[in-house]
Design a protein. Structure first.
Length: 88
């Protein structure tokens, strides 16, 4: 899944690590030199990469916006800041 926001774009993926599948949301703010940021999506019980990426797609659908500072705003009011490992 790929989504564009006014100041960023985001996409989903999955990976296999330590015997389990994990969903990924990757995003990049639309400015020169901006790094790609990866959010790991916990996907318990995923049997393959498609199921893990499905969990990431579900979470990306809940994103209301990604602003120019890299903050991810979810539809439930939770905001994640790019350089902060917990919600702000």
């Amino acid at each position: 899944m790929f989504r564009e926001f006014p100041q960023a774009c985001a996409w989903t993926d999955a990976m296999f690590d330590n015997g389990r599948y994990t969903g990924l949301i990757e995003y990049q703010v639309a400015r020169e030199g901006a790094a790609v940021v990866v959010l790991w999506v916990y996907a318990p019980g995923s049997q393959n990469s498609e199921e893990a990426e499905g969990a990431a797609r579900w979470m990306l659908e809940r994103v209301r916006d990604i602003d120019g500072e890299g903050r991810v705003h979810f539809d439930d009011g939770v905001t994640l800041q790019e350089d902060c490992p917990w919600p702000v």
